[in-house]
Write a protein that binds this ligand. Structure first.
Ligand code: CA
Length: 428
C-alpha cells in the first residue's frame, strides 16, 4: 500500500500558511463538535477542519470498505480498529480530494459548505475512548536526573533500566484534551525534616513533556507482538503533558511507584498525527549502552525526529519557552515499548494510549520537567514578565508544541495547552 498522501510535492486548494503544522502531507485525525452541535470525526488542512462524516455521506470515500457510520462517531476507536490498510486508503483519498489539481469538491460550493469549518466554529474533543493508559520511563537523561535527585547520584539509573523499557499502568479517566483546565491537587506529603505526613495542596505541581502513541487491536490474551510487527499496531501520536505533583510523588512512590501524584490529570493534543505521516522523519535512536535481550532487538530506524517545546504563560503575560527537547532522545523506542508490553501476553486494544515518559535531552535547557529544569527548585527559571518559577503557579498555562521538518515539509502536532487552577473549591 503506497503512502501517496506523503507526496512532498502535493499542494492543496485549501490555504495553508508557510509555517502551518497541518499541510496536506499531514492529514491527522480528530473528533470535533460542529457549529450545529454535531459530533464528527474529522481532519485538518491548514486552518480548515474537514468533516469526514459528511464527506463519506456525500460519497467521497467510494470504493474504500468503510461502514456507513464509521466517521459519525464520538471516538476514533472503530476506525482505528479497521487497521493500517484502511487508515492508508482514507489518508490517500483525503490527499486526492484536496489536491490543488482536483476540482471535484473545490468547485462544489454546496458540498464545501457542509464539509468545511473554520477552527473557531468547532470544538475539539478527546479523539479516542482510552481503555487503558500505560506510561513508560524511557528517557535515560530523565531517569538519571530523577534518580540523582530522589535517590542516589552514584546509582541514579537502577540496574534494570538498561534492560527493560520500564513502565507502569496509569489511569485513563483523567486524560483530557487541550484547553480543559486542571485543579491543583491535594494529598499527603512529608515536609522536609518532618516525621509525620500532612494533608494539603501540592506545592510542587509540575508538567512532564511526553508524547503518547495510540494503538489498534493488536493481540489476543497470551499472544506476544514480535518487534518487527509492533509498528503495524501504532495508529499515531499526540503531545502529552503528564501532570505530576512532585511532593506527593516523593512520599507515596515507594514501593509500588506513582499513584495519586500522577493520576489527577494528563493532557493531550487533540489531533492524532499518524505514524504514516511521520515516516519521512525516521532517525537512528541513541546507541545502546548494554546489550538488549533478543526480543527487544530491532532492525532499521525506529526513532523519530520530532522537535518539542514547552512554554509557561503566567496569567495576563507573554509566554516564556522553558524547554526545547526532541522525541529522538528516547532510549527505548515505541516498537520496543509495545513489544515489551505484550511479551507476557498482555492484550492491547484499539484506543489504548502509551506515554513515552518525560523526554529530557542531554543539556539542561532540554529537560522535560520543572523538577529537572529548576533542579528541585534550586535554580528558579526567569519568566519574561520578571517573575520566577520553580514549579507551576496557579493560573499559569503550560503549552507544549511539536513538529518535524525536513526538505521544506513540516508536519506538526499543534499544541496541548492547559491552565492550572487553584485547589478545587466546592463553594464556588
Ligand atoms: Ca509520566
Amino acid at each position: 500500500m503506497p503512502l501517496s498522501a506523503n507526496n512532498p510535492d502535493r499542494k492543496s486548494w485549501l490555504h495553508v500558511d508557510k509555517n502551518s503544522d497541518f499541510p496536506i502531507q499531514n492529514i491527522p485525525f480528530g473528533v470535533f463538535l460542529t457549529r450545529d452541535d454535531i459530533i464528527t470525526i474529522g481532519t485538518r488542512i491548514g486552518d480548515t477542519a474537514i468533516d469526514l462524516g459528511a464527506l463519506h455521506q456525500l460519497g467521497y470515500f467510494k470504493g474504500i470498505p468503510l461502514t456507513e457510520d464509521i466517521f459519525l462517531q464520538d471516538t476514533l476507536n472503530d476506525f482505528i480498529a479497521d487497521g493500517r490498510k484502511t487508515w492508508r486508503l482514507v489518508r490517500n483519498r483525503i490527499a486526492e480530494i484536496f489536491d490543488s489539481e482536483n476540482t471535484t469538491l473545490k468547485n462544489n460550493k454546496k458540498h464545501k459548505e457542509i464539509v468545511l469549518f473554520r477552527l473557531d466554529e468547532i470544538e475539539m474533543q478527546l479523539p479516542v475512548h482510552i481503555g487503558d493508559y500505560t506510561d513508560f520511563y524511557s528517557s535515560k537523561e530523565h531517569a538519571t536526573n530523577v534518580g540523582t535527585m530522589f535517590r542516589d547520584p552514584d546509582n541514579a539509573l537502577l540496574p534494570n533500566w538498561l534492560h527493560i523499557p520500564v513502565g507502569y499502568h496509569g489511569r485513563s479517566s483523567s486524560i483530557i484534551p487541550s484547553g480543559i483546565p486542571v485543579y491543583r491537587p491535594q494529598g499527603q506529603t512529608l515536609p522536609a525534616d518532618a516525621k509525620e505526613p500532612v494533608f494539603g495542596p501540592s506545592k510542587l505541581v509540575d508538567f512532564e513533556l511526553e508524547m503518547a502513541f495510540i494503538t489498534t487491536d493488536a493481540n489476543d490474551l497470551g499472544e506476544p507482538i514480535p518487534i518487527e510487527e509492533a509498528e503495524e499496531y501504532i495508529f499515531g501520536l499526540v503531545l502529552f503533558n503528564d501532570w505530576s505533583a512532585r511532593d506527593i510523588q516523593k512520599w507515596e512512590y515507594v514501593p509500588l511507584g506513582p499513584f495519586l501524584a500522577k493520576n489527577f490529570a494528563s493532557s493531550i493534543s487533540p489531533w492524532i498525527v499518524t505514524l504514516d505521516a511521520l515516516e519521512p522523519y525516521r532517525v537512528e535512536g541513541p546507541k545502546t549502552i548494554k546489550p538488549q535481550l533478543d526480543y527487544l532487538q530491532y532492525k532499521g530506524k525506529k526513532s523519530f525526529d520530532i522537535n518539542l517545546e514547552v512554554s509557561i504563560q503566567p496569567q495576563g503575560a507573554k509566554e516564556t519557552v522553558v524547554s526545547k527537547s526532541n522525541f529522538k532522545y528516547m532510549y527505548w523506542n515505541m516498537a520496543q515499548q509495545l513489544t515489551h508490553h505484550t511479551v507476557n501476553g498482555c492484550p492491547v486494544n484499539s484506543g489504548d494510549m502509551m506515554g513515552s515518559g518525560t523526554i529530557s535531552g542531554p543539556t539542561p535547557d532540554s529537560y522535560g520537567s520543572m523538577l529537572e529544569l529548576s533542579w528541585r527548585g534550586e535554580k528558579p527559571l526567569k519568566m519574561k514578565d520578571g517573575t520566577e518559577r520553580k514549579f507551576i503557579n496557579d493560573h499559569d498555562t503550560v503549552i507544549m508544541r511539536g513538529f518535524c521538518e525536513k526538505d521544506g515539509t513540516r508536519i506538526g502536532f499543534g499544541e496541548v495547552s492547559t491552565k492550572l487552577l487553584p485547589v478545587f473549591n466546592p463553594k464556588k
